[in-house]
Design a protein around this ligand. Structure first.
Ligand SMILES: [Zn+2]
Length: 480
């Protein structure tokens, strides 16, 4: 068949409300064979005849907005790579909620740059996170767009494979039958919700996404996708969206309209995935006699998995204010604070050394700012995500400090610092909805509505550029 398809992408979710900035060093960059090795399906029969051309893929943990120079360099590399040959298609592997400092619609800018070099003819297929955004510019520049169908995201690789497979099929149809480009339909849904209200573990998101397989199976429909959108960027494109693609225009339009209507009609039913409260209310519930152990608390406003700075000390300070935690009668864990300087200060000491170290509040210094931890150095380790990490024991509380921003979503990361969460009374973690391992480990769980760059209470965020009206910030929003 001799198709040539380029693969590239810049993958990050960035909060414009976080003071953190994402620079080159925050990204893991893959090129060449290492980029191809990301995709286990390249040897599948449908993919084997294609010449896959790896350009560059840059991926970071969610964070603050991206420094323009970092973005510009990767965009230039993609454009250069595409200019060096002729391509039948491009597979875009990106998140869809990248913000670049001082700019808007970064993925729209990227597709515009890509089209400027490949022209209008090649087909472009985008595989995205359902927390990404679909701007009109991005939609116009792509032929096929799809996104995850689960949150927490357990179908990441399936989604990328589907985007690639649909692209190859569309190119093959056009070669063999002279078929037209796929039809596509976009319906924006004026809803902006945090991911913690739209988990597909629960209704109504579960039922909404459960409609997709039936719709996708209809004659004339290639793919249907629902984007929840990204709430922590102040851009006009941030909102829900539905895209359908197909070989039949009417079936495609109908699919998009139907899913958008279902999303809109469910708007009042979205609620948080767990009981919510202030940090103090969560601690009251967790420390109450008879409550299930281990009791997990999500320090959600500073969740690095959504773009938080990962060093806001508010929740930690509230924990340290509890006498039962300070005197050790309650066993607690705080995971974690990003503070390379604090780790460097204590990282060479013998385990068991008394330490007095100021930690946190360096990137996002909102109150209470850096906290003085006076306790014992409990453990040190090298973590594949967090770099050099340390645990400081203060009374009954183990405070994890990391050299790189990371999220304690895997039990192995806790064990590396000597903690088995099963033995803890309270585990506070900078996260939103619990990722699968923590969800399994938690006997009970609350979501603390803590302050930070990814505040779950959207009413507290200073939006200026959002397209209004939008639900639930405005009650007069309507579906077009
Ligand atoms: Zn996501």
């Amino acid at each position: 068949m001799s198709l040539r398809i380029a693969i590239c992408g810049i993958h990050i979710e960035s909060s414009t409300f976080s003071p953190h900035l994402s620079g080159t060093a925050d990204f893991e960059v893959t090129r060449g064979q290492a980029l191809l090795d990301r995709y286990g399906w390249l040897g599948e029969p449908w993919a084997a005849e294609v010449e896959w051309v790896p350009l560059v893929h840059a991926r970071a943990l969610p964070g603050g907005a991206v420094e323009p120079a970092a973005y510009d360099a990767w965009r230039a590399e993609i454009v250069q790579g595409l200019g060096e040959g002729l391509f039948d298609g491009v597979l875009l592997d990106f998140h869809g909620a990248m913000s670049v400092v001082g700019r808007q619609d970064a993925e729209g800018d990227l597709i515009t740059a890509i089209r400027s070099v490949i022209g209008a003819e090649p087909l472009v297929s985008a595989a995205m996170d359902l927390h990404g955004n679909v701007s009109p510019t991005l939609f116009d520049g792509c032929d096929l767009l799809t996104c995850y169908r689960t949150a927490p995201h357990v179908d990441v690789w399936e989604t990328r494979e589907r985007a690639a497979h649909n692209l190859v099929d569309a190119l093959a149809r056009s070669r063999a039958e002279g078929a037209d480009r796929p039809h596509k339909a976009l319906v924006h849904v004026p809803i902006l919700l945090p991911g913690e209200m739209t988990s597909t573990r629960l209704e109504p998101a579960r039922g909404l996404y459960a409609r997709i397989p039936e719709i996708e199976a209809r004659p004339g429909v290639i793919d249907a996708a629902v984007w929840i959108g990204f709430a922590w960027a102040d851009e006009p494109r941030c909102m829900g969206a539905v895209v359908a693609t197909g070989t039949d225009a009417e079936a495609t339009d109908q699919a998009a309209r139907e899913l958008a209507r279902a999303f809109w009609d469910a708007r009042d039913e979205f609620t948080f995935v767990a009981p919510t409260g202030s940090m103090d209310e969560c601690l009251d519930a967790a420390l109450k006699q008879g409550s299930a152990r281990p009791y997990f608390i999500s320090d959600s406003g500073d969740n690095p998995g959504a773009g938080g700075a990962d060093d806001v000390t508010y929740a930690l300070e509230r924990m340290l204010a509890r006498p039962e935690i300070r005197d050790g009668s309650a066993r607690a864990v705080y995971a974690s604070l990003f503070d390379p300087e604090a780790v460097a200060r204590i990282g060479h000491l013998p385990i068991g050394s008394p330490v007095s170290v100021r930690a946190g509040g360096r990137v996002d210094g909102r109150p209470p700012g850096p906290l003085l931890l006076e306790g014992t150095l409990e453990a040190l380790a090298d973590d594949p995500d967090g770099g050099r990490v340390a645990s400081v024991r203060v009374g009954g509380l183990s405070v994890f400090l990391t050299s790189r921003r990371m999220q304690y979503r895997l039990l192995e990361s806790y064990r590396r610092l000597g903690v088995d969460v099963a033995g803890a009374d309270v585990v506070t973690v900078k996260i939103g909805y619990l990722e699968p391992e923590l969800y399994e480990a938690a006997a009970d769980w609350m979501l603390a509505l803590t302050p930070g760059g990814v505040d779950q209470d959207l009413h507290r965020l200073p939006y200026r550029n959002l397209r209004r009206p939008i639900f639930p910030l405005d009650r007069d929003a309507t579906l077009a």
